[in-house]
Design a protein around this ligand. Sequence first.
Ligand SMILES: CC(C)(COP(=O)(O)OP(=O)(O)OC[C@H]1O[C@@H](n2cnc3c(N)ncnc32)[C@H](O)[C@@H]1O)[C@@H](O)C(=O)NCCC(=O)NCCS
Ligand SMILES: Nc1ncnc2c1ncn2[C@@H]1O[C@H](COP(=O)(O)OP(=O)(O)OP(=O)(O)O)[C@@H](O)[C@H]1O
Length: 250
Amino acid sequence: MGGGGSSTGSGGGGRRRPLVIGVTGGIASGKSMVTRLCQGRYGVSVLDADILGHRSYAKGTPCYRQLLKTFGEEIVGEDGQINRRALGRIVFSSPQERNRLEGIVWPEIRRLMEEDLRALGETGIHAAVVEAAVMLEAGWEDAMDEVWVVAAEPEVAKTRLMSRNNLSAEDALRRIEAQMTNQERIEKADRVIWNNGTVADLEKEVERAWEERGTLRRRRAALKARWRILTAGVGFAILVSMLQLRFRMK
Ligand SMILES: CC(C)(COP(=O)(O)OP(=O)(O)OC[C@H]1O[C@@H](n2cnc3c(N)ncnc32)[C@H](O)[C@@H]1O)[C@@H](O)C(=O)NCCC(=O)NCCS
Ligand SMILES: Nc1ncnc2c1ncn2[C@@H]1O[C@H](COP(=O)(O)OP(=O)(O)OP(=O)(O)O)[C@@H](O)[C@H]1O
């Protein structure tokens, strides 16, 4: 994954970006629940890519103008903003139209994400979670330090989707099957958070994820310290040998 949690480089003046965890997963897998748990228990800041998406085409922006050119005036609401319901009707019934929308807004969402992460870094927060359903499809994982995939078995997700969105079993399954599979996501994950059980089980999984991150960080710090001691020791030994050689030669 990308090199976050580090100096921002160009124009960053040595500021630090927070550790960035990307949370993604299939529809109704529990992404929002995981994100909420991270925010509530571990004090991390949260960026929601859905909201960044809405911001990307606010009235007057370049994306706004591009969307009007592409989809016509009928996507503008009475308030002059993009009517998302109207746009959703167009793009969710046609993969081609959805691709056109994504081609316009994904680069801007990415730019806004980077901008917000930098701004969060300025506030000195230690970690941020970016929740994005399309993180892997959009290729945003390289802006994350780690990608956590939330996964629920299709049957479990189906039941939750039916009850949350008041859908029939067929409609719920259709939405699940229109997406990447769990396996495809898991192959790109740094961590998988399974969510087939209760909310209490999920809380434990999230706790374990943060704990193991801490453990890994401590382990890396210990290795670095050992390496420093080793290199200092080798340097010292070389210096002593050189001094000995010099005295012997005299
Ligand atoms: C299609 C739009 C206008 C519908 O807006 P609306 O307010 O009705 O829905 P909302 O944004 O809350 O999204 C509803 C659900 O669809 C998912 N979704 C949105 N866009 C996409 C997409 N391109 N592919 C897959 N799922 C998507 C969202 O993650 C969310 O779970 C809007 O979602 C949009 O502009 N999408 C394109 C930007 C995008 O990819 N956003 C997702 C970032 S994770
Ligand atoms: N472990 C769980 N036990 C019971 N219900 C759960 C559990 N996890 C999530 N849910 C419920 O399942 C539904 C989907 O969860 P959530 O909204 O967090 O998923 P999501 O991945 O963010 O969904 P979407 O893809 O639609 O954005 C919600 O109604 C939520 O309350």
